[in-house]
Design a protein around this ligand. Structure first.
Ligand code: UD1
Ligand code: CA
Length: 452
């Protein structure tokens, strides 16, 4: 079967009250439309067509990297009219599947079944809602077979009691769809060309229309306003959390985790409450993430522990490291195995060598630190001279005493030792002790000032 997927995304989404086109709003860190495109791709279609209208340029720009075809619907004359914009670009004898840019959590499995049922005649996806208000209702005949979809605004009082609703998602052979779309008129309450009318027309023409019903209302839920977006966000997060838990990840509370991108976990991983994962985060075996962390585009190798309240971005953390609590690892941080970065330590573009420690209160920027080094509390790399950034290099087993200022560019060779409170402006040769501070004088017989 040759499949063509048409994704409708031309609507304005006025209820979002946003300057951003609706389908660009993020769900789980990814634009709504991206979710639909990702799902569509799994069906191996010949092409993915996206019908754009409102905010068309912004939508195109956001998906430049995707190999999808955009078709512009200048005026939004209805869902049937929207599909017509893409039809001429579909291969004949294909099956067309219609999806929506604002229905992000539709599942591949449901769609494959729908498409397989649509090689000869249309197939539609329905669901049952306790409150069906606003939706098109599925009207069945005396035998329980599909008869038609009636829009809420066009429905009779009796039809409004029907709880089976049209999800909007349907599949049909392209040639049939083309013929039927030409017969659709806009003589209805909304003066729109309704896509679901093709189903009623098919039935009236003696074809059967198969109805697939899903009980999973999340997968067919649309986003119209920010409340629905937030509700779907929680539902999506719960799904991700449950999938990870089934894989063996110990998540303390599935309601208090946010994965805005991709989280890949090894075995024995645990994640305490309220952590936000952004971009692509990879956690090795037995990694422990404490409460209240933000982790973005980061890899953490086996056995490492991230204590609570850490902020980590674009970092690579080796095995059995210990980070935090309250550490901030910025872009380009690399922690070699068994190293330790403790509370109120900030690192940027810095390598901390194997087994080295910066346990408290330090800024390490543009630094290359060897193995077995000890960075005392209050150590600052002065990497910026007001115009340019400069590197600091510390060899193996270097000891930097507390409250030292390392004025870059500067090198402290292996086994170098810096006395506490030093300002280091010159390189320290291997094994030497550097003391860069005024000597202490004790003044005997000194009298404190007296009040007048
Ligand atoms: C549609 C269905 C309804 C179904 C409901 C499920 C029609 C006529 N009705 O109603 O049976 O119960 O979905 O949510 O299809 N769009 C365009 N171009 C247009 C019109 C719409 O791209 O000219 C897009 C919108 O961006 C939106 C989607 O199609 O994403 C649905 O359009 P909308 O007008 O909101 O349809 P509903 O009234 O929700
Ligand atoms: Ca509408």
């Amino acid at each position: 079967m040759v499949l063509e997927v048409i994704i409708l995304a031309a609507g304005k989404g006025s209820r979002m009250q946003s300057t951003l086109p609706k389908v660009l709003h993020a769900l789980a860190g990814v634009p709504l439309l991206q979710h639909v495109i990702n799902t569509a791709k799994k069906l191996n279609p010949r092409a993915i067509h996206v019908v754009v209208g409102h905010g068309a340029d912004a939508v195109r720009t956001a998906f430049l990297e995707e190999s999808v075809l955009f078709h512009e619907q200048a005026d939004q004359l209805g869902t049937g009219h929207a599909v017509m914009q893409a039809i001429p670009h579909c291969q004949s004898n294909s099956v067309v599947l219609v999806l929506y840019g604002d229905v992000p959590l539709i599942q591949t499995k449901t769609l494959s079944a729908l498409c397989e049922a649509a090689t000869q005649s249309p197939a539609m996806l329905s669901t049952l809602l306790e409150k069906p208000d606003g939706y098109g209702r599925v009207v069945r005949d005396a035998q329980g077979c599909f008869h038609a979809v009636v829009e809420d605004k066009d429905a009779t009082q009796d039809q409004r009691h029907i709880k089976e609703v049209n999800t909007g998602i349907l599949a049909a052979p392209v040639n049939l769809l083309t013929t039927l779309l030409k017969q659709v008129t806009n003589t209805n309450q909304q003066r729109e060309y309704y896509l679901p009318d093709i189903l009623g027309l098919a039935r009236a023409g003696g074809l059967s229309v198969s109805i697939h019903t899903t009980s999973d209302i999340i997968e067919v839920a649309g986003v119209n306003d920010r409340l629905q977006l937030e509700a779907l966000e929680r539902a999506a997060q719960q799904r991700y959390a449950e999938a990870l838990m089934r894989q063996g990840v110990a998540i303390s509370d599935r309601r208090r985790i946010d994965i805005r991108g991709e989280l890949i976990c090894g075995e024995g991983v645990s994640v305490d409450v309220n952590t936000v994962f952004e971009g692509r985060v990879v956690l090795g075996d037995d990694v422990k993430i404490g409460a209240h962390c933000v982790l973005k585009d980061t890899e953490i190798a086996a056995g490492s522990v991230i204590e609570p309240f850490c902020h980590i971005e674009s970092a690579v953390i080796g095995q059995n490291c210990q980070v935090g609590p309250y550490a901030r690892l910025r872009m380009g941080t690399r922690l070699d195995p068994t190293s330790k970065v403790g509370n109120f330590v900030e690192t940027k573009n810095t390598k901390v060598g194997e087994g080295s420690k910066a346990n408290h209160l330090a800024y390490l920027g543009d630094a290359d630190i060897g193995a077995g080094a000890n960075i005392g509390a209050g150590t600052i790399t002065c990497n910026y001279d007001g115009a340019n950034k400069h590197p600091t290099r510390l060899g193996d087993r270097v000891f930097v005493g507390s409250n030292s200022t390392l004025v870059a560019p500067v090198v402290i060779e292996d086994d170098g030792f810096v006395g506490a409170g030093s300002v280091i402006t010159d390189n320290v040769p291997r094994g030497e002790l550097a003391i860069g501070r005024a000597r202490q004088h004790n003044i005997s017989g000194w009298q404190p000032p007296k009040k007048n």
